[in-house]
Design a protein around this ligand. Structure first.
Ligand SMILES: Nc1nc2c(c(=O)[nH]1)N=C([C@H](O)[C@@H](O)CO)CN2
Length: 118
């Protein structure tokens, strides 16, 4: 399986269980792996034959600016479903990290993976 990876993508979004936390945007960090539907672009050298990672990042920033979530789990699911449906990926794995939330640790969050439904 060929895949695209996006490491430590910083995104501004409103996220958190308490209402006050969702009143202003905070920085979250995403690590994303996206399976490619095929490996055609390796031979064709054409952007049309692959998932354009620049468009993926742009779409994620756009949707997370418009939406607000309480849980990192719900945010991760939203981004997974967007990538599967809008970019035709067969599989995606996402790690969502919230840095600097609790004292004594660098970041916390979730990692989920999803497959496109048949
Ligand atoms: N499993 C989770 N636990 C918690 C979350 C979450 O998104 N998933 N969020 C919070 C709060 O938003 C916290 O990060 C800041 O007040 C607590 N636990």
């Amino acid at each position: 399986m060929d895949s695209i990876f996006l490491s430590e993508v910083k995104v501004q979004t409103r996220l958190g269980v308490p209402d006050w936390e969702r009143m202003t945007a905070q920085t979250i960090v995403l690590d994303i792996e996206i399976a490619m539907p095929h490996s055609l672009s390796c031979q064709s050298d054409a952007i049309e034959d692959t998932i354009d990672y620049g468009q993926v990042v742009s779409r994620i920033r756009d949707t997370l600016q418009q939406h607000s979530f309480k849980l990192v789990e719900a945010l991760a699911e939203h981004v997974c479903q967007l990538i599967l449906k809008e970019f035709g990926a067969p599989w995606v794995k996402i790690k969502v990290a919230k840095p600097g939330i609790l004292p004594g640790l660098k970041a916390l969050g979730v990692s989920i993976e999803r497959q496109a439904s048949a």
